[in-house]
Design a protein around this ligand. Structure first.
Ligand SMILES: C[C@@](CO)(OP(=O)(O)O)[C@H](O)COP(=O)(O)OP(=O)(O)OC[C@H]1O[C@@H](n2ccc(N)nc2=O)[C@H](O)[C@@H]1O
Ligand SMILES: Nc1ncnc2c1ncn2[C@@H]1O[C@H](COP(=O)(O)OP(=O)(O)O)[C@@H](O)[C@H]1O
Length: 288
């Protein structure tokens, strides 16, 4: 990481609610979901290479180099822009994998934006979001960097200004496969469609939660534990569960009362992604 010339955050997200409203002919599910970012996440380092190679240093266990979404995002951007440049990349992984807090998708989005900046491509957010969608349904919201109501498979985004509470996120020690939950026969796929002006009071619900709770006792236990203190919900297809608090100390207090078997972290909800806050700073510096 110390050889990097650019260091950027890859924040987590929460799905404050997740409604499944239908299923497309290709098997993908139509969703309505509310995304907000957290000021907690992975960190990526970047350095341009003149030889065109893409090299990620420090692999994550279980994810081969060439399958890592960081490497795939870098190669996709290389192809799309026909740049002769490459990059060395470093990843400081803090986000649990398969946690429903979007770590892989956020790493991919930070890679697209970081390399667009370093390679001086100026492709623009629309094009980068379109490339991001090829890597995963959650990548576009991280590319655009605004809390949003999302529809379709997650690519139709309406940016929103939401309250920015503190969240306690508990991390059950299990990885939930998104594909497994979406293919579950018992998953309900008929929540009525809502309008962005009619967002549910009190937070809405997550259609994946009952499926995951029934299949993963670790998630069920985490919800039971957190529900003793706050209205607990699951994010994405799990495994992480969360509750919101008006301030940090209330969130920290509950975090300290959870058993050691259930790790957790506290973080502020953000309507502007921490990644975009840093990029805006770089643009302002370049103008000055
Ligand atoms: C459910 C959500 C909500 O934020 O979150 P996560 O729990 O994964 O973070 C996402 O839409 C997930 O997005 P992402 O994790 O990028 O999923 P992808 O890699 O695109 O898809 C993984 C698999 O899940 C199924 N899938 C995914 C999205 C969707 N709208 N319908 C689906 O049926 C497909 O079988 C697909 O092969
Ligand atoms: N850079 C990456 N970080 C995390 N996971 C990655 C990455 N690249 C590829 N993956 C794969 O994507 C899967 C989903 O990861 P992640 O985005 O963290 O979970 P979720 O979609 O549940 O939030 C992982 O289990 C892993 O196999």
């Amino acid at each position: 990481m110390h050889d990097a010339t650019l260091i950027l955050p890859a924040p987590a997200k929460l799905n404050l609610f997740l409604h499944i409203t239908g299923r497309r002919a290709d098997g993908y599910h139509e969703l309505q979901t509310l995304f907000q970012f957290l000021d907690h996440g992975d960190t990526l380092g970047f350095r341009v290479r003149e030889d065109g190679e893409i090299r990620l240093h420090g692999e994550i266990a279980g994810v081969p180099h060439d399958s890592n979404l960081i490497v795939r995002a870098a190669r996709l951007l290389q192809q799309a822009s026909a740049t002769p440049l490459g990059a060395d990349l470093w990843l400081d992984k803090r986000l649990p994998m398969g946690g429903g807090i979007g770590g892989g998708s956020s790493d991919a989005a930070t890679t697209l934006l970081g390399l667009d900046h370093l390679w001086q491509l100026n492709l623009g957010l629309d094009r980068l979001a379109e490339l991001g969608l090829r890597l995963g349904a959650d990548v576009p919201v991280f590319v655009r960097g605004r809390a949003a109501f999302a529809e379709g498979v997650g690519e139709h985004l309406t940016p929103l200004d939401l309250d920015e509470p503190w969240f306690l996120v508990a991390v059950p020690q299990v990885s939930v496969s998104t594909a497994e939950i979406f293919s579950a026969p018992e998953l309900t796929r008929n929540t009525p469609i809502i309008k962005v002006c009619g967002l549910p009071e009190g937070g809405g619900h997550n259609d994946c939660q009952p499926v995951v709770e029934a299949r993963y006792p670790e998630v069920r236990n985490a919800l039971n534990l957190l529900n003793k203190f706050v209205h607990a919900r699951m994010t994405g297809t799990g495994a992480c569960v969360f509750g919101s608090f008006p301030n940090r100390s209330d969130a920290d207090k509950v975090s300290r009362q959870l058993p050691a078997t259930l790790p957790s972290f506290t973080a502020r909800g953000c309507n502007l992604s921490p990644l975009h806050r840093v990029l805006q700073g770089l643009t302002a510096e370049a103008r000055a």
